[in-house]
Design a protein around this ligand. Structure first.
Ligand code: 13P
Length: 337
């Protein structure tokens, strides 16, 4: 493991408020997004949509890393240039999603376990050779009556740790993503309790696997009320509880935390990030690794038409800039106009 290389990549991603664009929707997920705008999902549209995002004006000012799905990691833009090379030209790091999805956990109704460990050492060796600087593995923890179980939390933490160790062995920074899902009618207390238990298990497993924390990044959910909760906690409470939970469970050796948006609206995700940064002196830089909260507006204005590309790029660049400001604690509502 090359410590210096891992630390350099992690710090580059976190520096100056830049953040990550999660553009690693699998072929199945991007089809669902395209269905919403009546665009056929073909390799050409899947690559073309990503090309549009990566060539948006100001891209590299706000985005320090992009997570790609295998097809796009190998894919080309309309000029025959690698999509991942466009990212590098913008002085950002190309990353790769390596998990193979959260599957139903046997004998545990409602719970998930992420697959993809078999053969991962060999896949990492190839991705490293192709120029991946970081990777992502997402674990899914659902909240409902009587779940999550301790068994599901431990199994997912163990898988994250084995993935992270394999990534570092290959010289790739692992983004460790344990996502406590927002769906459900649970209150914010429940989310905090489950997020705490999950992070505790994850850092225990990472330690047991000899993962070098200085060469990792954490991608957590925020501590937030369930989508269908009868009353939902306000923005200040989300920011406060999230910081409290992270401070209790995430070692200061971790060089950065990049949140997922998880179904929050675009503005919510930005405002929460801003509130956790403005006026706070946190143990780690806090930034974003948003998928939906960076892409929703752009996807809508694009609608699959070439003539809409400038408007869609402007919409994406705006969101990227707003989140960059939020990561610096410099965002305000009037900058949204
Ligand atoms: P969202 O921000 O849409 O939750 O996506 C981020 C991500 O990469 C989830 O794994």
């Amino acid at each position: 493991m090359n410590h210096e290389q891992l630390a350099r990549i992690a710090h580059k991603i976190m520096a100056n408020g830049r953040g990550i664009l999660a553009a690693d929707e699998s072929t199945g997920t991007i089809k669902k997004r395209f269905d919403q705008i009546n665009v056929e999902s073909t390799e050409q549209t899947r690559n073309g949509y990503r090309e549009m995002l990566f060539s948006a004006p100001g891209f590299g000012d706000y985005i320090s890393g992009v997570i790609l799905y295998d097809e796009q990691f190998r894919g080309l833009n309309r000029h025959g240039e690698g999509l991942k090379d466009m990212i590098k030209k913008a002085d950002a790091v190309a990353g790769i999603k390596v998990d193979q999805g959260a599957k139903n956990m046997p004998l545990k109704p409602g719970e998930k376990i992420t697959e993809g460990l078999d053969g991962l050492r060999e896949r990492f060796a190839e991705y490293a050779q192709l120029g991946a600087g970081f990777a992502k593995w997402r674990a899914v923890i659902n909240i409902a009556d009587h779940i999550p179980s301790r068994g599901a939390i431990l199994a997912n933490a163990e898988a994250l740790a084995r993935y992270a160790a394999l990534a570092q062995e290959a010289g790739i920074v692992p983004i460790v993503e344990p996502e406590v899902i927002m769906d459900g009618a649970h209150n914010i207390d429940k989310c905090e309790e489950v997020t705490s238990a999950t992070l505790r298990a994850v850092y225990e497993a990472l330690a047991e696997a000899n993962v070098w924390l200085e060469g990792t990044l954490l991608k957590p959910n925020m501590v937030i009320s369930g989508t269908d909760a009868p009353t939902r906690a306000g923005r200040e409470e989300v920011a406060e509880r999230t910081l409290r939970c992270l401070k209790r469970h995430v070692p200061g050796a971790v060089p950065g935390i990049v949140f997922l948006s998880g179904g929050q609206t675009e503005i919510e995700a930005t405002e929460h990030l801003h509130m956790m940064n403005a006026g706070h002196n946190n143990p780690w830089p806090l930034s974003f690794s948003y998928g939906r909260a960076l892409q929703q507006a752009a996807l809508k204005s694009w609608a699959g038409l070439d003539e809409n590309i400038p408007a869609a790029q402007a919409a994406f660049a705006h969101r990227a800039k707003m989140n960059w400001l939020a990561a610096r604690g410099e965002w305000s509502k009037d900058q949204e106009a």
